[in-house]
Ligand binder design. Structure first.
Ligand code: PLP
Length: 281
């Protein structure tokens, strides 16, 4: 199995990046994770649009056209089988250490494919635990930046407390998870945070909102106050690799009756239907 690095396909142990790469030194880069279901890149155009947004936010040019990206992904995926995911990252490139952007620098482009690790079935059947914690990240969480120190600290804090995810709270409002978006269900309505600088615009989040609108399920994009979280009937997390998972315990207390709810069952069935239709083409 090979990785892509700056125009070459190489075995991972032959792919070398300079210690002066600004990704390594400053976390100066952005990334994407694209799920591949039934051999097809799921919501590819959405992921490439978000990549464009991340790159322009950090003032980098996209090094590849959509067609070129597609060719790279196709070659990486050919070696694998079953459901996979693509990881790609673009850093500003290699230069002597200086915060200011160096002139005429070439970006470092890296991508690989790996098998998709689905959540264990009991996570879907019973839901997962989460803890709430202060959102200590910066004010541009809409950029899919490789600098994930805060996210890593927050996720580990959740793990240390026996939970699967940290639900992040800024000024009394739920922003998102450490690596997921958050939905609540109250009296048959979905609520999720509106897009803005404090959340990553999740591709799965957008799909859930889209499905809700298409199927007449009420869905609001409004600030989720912490009291709304604690009184919710259901809470879910969404991400490309975790899909839609019920959160059934928050800070040690049950959500609703402590079991995955009927709205989750409905939305997950609609999501799987959408995915199957996509796989069939
Ligand atoms: N929010 C954060 C901070 C993330 O890292 C992720 C990705 O894993 C998400 C949300 C979910 O985004 P997506 O549905 O595009 O995977």
């Amino acid at each position: 199995t090979q990785v892509y690095l700056n125009g070459e396909f190489l075995p991972p142990d032959q792919a070398r990046v300079s210690v002066f790469d600004r990704g390594f030194i400053f976390g100066d880069g952005v990334y994407e994770v694209i799920p591949v279901f039934g051999g097809r890149l799921f919501r590819l155009s959405h992921h490439l649009a978000r990549l464009d947004a991340s790159l322009s936010a950090i003032r980098l040019r996209n090094p590849h056209t959509p067609m070129e990206w597609n060719d790279i992904f196709t070659r990486l995926l050919a070696a694998g089988s079953g459901d996979q995911s693509i990881y790609l990252q673009v850093t500003r490139g290699v230069a002597p250490r200086d915060h200011a952007f160096p002139p005429n620098i070439t970006p470092t482009v890296f991508a690989y494919a790996q098998p998709l690790k689905y959540s264990p079935p009991e996570h879907l059947a019973q839901g997962v635990a989460a803890v709430t914690t202060a959102d200590i990240r910066w004010q541009r969480c809409d950029i899919k930046a490789i600098a994930l120190l805060a996210n890593a600290l927050l996720r580990q804090q959740a793990i240390d407390q026996g939970a699967a995810e940290a639900i992040l709270v800024r000024d009394g409002v739920v922003t998102e998870g450490a690596a997921s978006n958050i939905f609540i269900v109250k009296n048959g309505r979905l609520v999720t945070a509106p897009k803005g600088p404090f959340i990553l615009p999740g591709i799965t989040r957008d799909l859930v909102v889209e499905i809700a609108h298409a199927k007449g399920i009420p869905c609001d994009e409004l600030p989720v106050k912490i009291e709304m979280l604690s009184s919710a009937d259901e809470v879910w997390l969404t991400s490309s690799t975790k899909e839609i998972l019920p959160i059934t315990r928050i800070d040690g207390k049950p959500v609703g009756d402590g079991k995955p709810g009927p709205m989750h069952a409905k939305m997950f069935a609609l999501y799987k239907e959408y995915k199957q239709a996509f796989i069939r083409g």
